[in-house]
Design a protein around this ligand. Structure first.
Ligand code: THU
Length: 142
């Protein structure tokens, strides 16, 4: 299989995992269900969905649920993240998720799709989503 087909089937597989995760979203307030699936450098998929609280600010996005699951399972290198929701063009990750992706998945390709048209996939780099990210506490200019 040529590399382009390997890549595109990996993309379809990751989007499928995000769609499956979305079905388990806990979003009784917004009803906006989001699914996310991370691909590790070893080919493992770890997925998550958004979880909402009646105290709205405690809600956690699908992307961070997937990332926190993966990190606390010992995963450290990620090559891609798929995100799906029923919104035209697919859901763009919020600012908080962009920060965490910049820190823990800077090399991941981000694939975003509308769950109702999941073959149309938009692609971003983490650097495109959050240019100039805050990444270090160091003051050392050397
Ligand atoms: N949400 C996500 O899970 N990911 C995003 O990229 C944007 C927003 C969730 C949070 C909340 O449960 C619902 O979508 C509405 O904001």
């Amino acid at each position: 299989m040529p590399p382009s087909q390997v890549r595109s089937s990996g993309k379809a597989r990751l989007i499928r995992a995000a769609l499956q995760a979305r079905a388990r979203a806990v979003a009784p307030y917004s009803k906006f269900q989001v699914g996310a699936a991370l691909l590790t450098s070893r080919g493992k998929i770890i997925s998550g969905a958004n979880v909402e609280s009646v105290s709205y600010g405690l809600t956690c996005c699908a992307e961070r649920i997937a990332l926190f699951k993966a990190l606390t399972a010992g995963k450290r290198k990620f090559t891609a993240l798929a995100i799906v929701a029923r919104v035209a063009g697919g859901p763009m990750p919020c600012g908080a998720c962009r920060q965490l992706l910049s820190e823990y998945a800077p090399a991941a390709t981000i694939w975003v799709a509308d769950s109702a048209r999941s073959k149309t996939i938009r692609e971003f780099t983490v650097q495109e989503l959050l240019p100039g990210a805050f990444l270090s506490l160091s003051n050392d200019l050397a």
